[in-house]
Design a protein around this ligand. Sequence first.
Ligand SMILES: C[S@@+](CC[C@H](N)C(=O)[O-])C[C@H]1O[C@@H](n2cnc3c(N)ncnc32)[C@H](O)[C@@H]1O
Length: 171
Amino acid sequence: MTPDDYWRGNARLEHLTPIGQRFPEVGLFDALRQACRGSVFELGCGDGRLSAAFDPERYTGMDINPAALVRARQSNPGHRFTTEWQPADTVMAYTVLLHVPDDELPAMMRRLQAYPRIVIGEIMGRRWRTPGLPPVFNRERAEYEAFLGPAREVIQVPYPYYGTDLELCAW
Ligand SMILES: C[S@@+](CC[C@H](N)C(=O)[O-])C[C@H]1O[C@@H](n2cnc3c(N)ncnc32)[C@H](O)[C@@H]1O
């Protein structure tokens, strides 16, 4: 099973966040609003947990998991959710790219580079990689910078569940 197969079939919406932890990050919404500009396209929006941080008129969430989109629409009836990539001022991938295997990353980065502003949020560092289901492919920030150049802004978001900070990086 590929990671994409896992996420598409994730009808029980497992592993969107650590089990039992709806918002394990500290100060997340403020950090997201600080990082993003203008209209926001959220790649991998899951059940729409982050949509409430944004004006419904300036937010579109997308996911490959139909069950997640059903839940997102139920919980956030004012926001827009879709199965297709959409243009926006900012594309945001929050704890999504770490689920993309290395050999699929270049194609994904090319798609992100079509947006004026790119925001990537995740716990950086290869030491966080684990096989499991789903596997996680955490990377060094420098690996994203190899595609995008030096990040313009890096916001540290405390993530006590893992005893570290998540990095919200903007280009
Ligand atoms: C860990 S969850 C994070 C969800 C959301 N960003 C949040 O923080 O609540 C990862 C999400 O990315 C989605 N996903 C994984 N690969 C994807 C891809 N190639 N394109 C779009 N969404 C993807 C999964 O279905 C899942 O909903």
